[in-house]
Design a protein around this ligand. Sequence first.
Ligand SMILES: [Zn+2]
Length: 103
Amino acid sequence: MYAPTDLAHEIGHAVLANTGDLRGDPWLNTGLEESEWQTTHFENQVRSEMRLPLRTYYKKLKEHNPTTGEDDYYPDGPRLIKKGHFSVYVPNYDYKKENPPSK
Ligand SMILES: [Zn+2]
């Protein structure tokens, strides 16, 4: 977990909820709500702007331990990135092109 990118993800949910665009149905046959695709795309836009590695997979939270603060995840959620830096959710969206590496 990395707090700034986790916060970006949650802000994505909040913005979608406030604009009435939070899509709760599964997206295609991925088994994952479209809202998670929307917010992981936003999270990856922020990661790209911060020159951080993109989030490549979505993992569903299995259990949060409130005593230790540790999270346990189901393995192997859907892949979010293809060809290294393209969005799976938004066709032809290239995170690298939008935020080229600084020199
Ligand atoms: Zn989420």
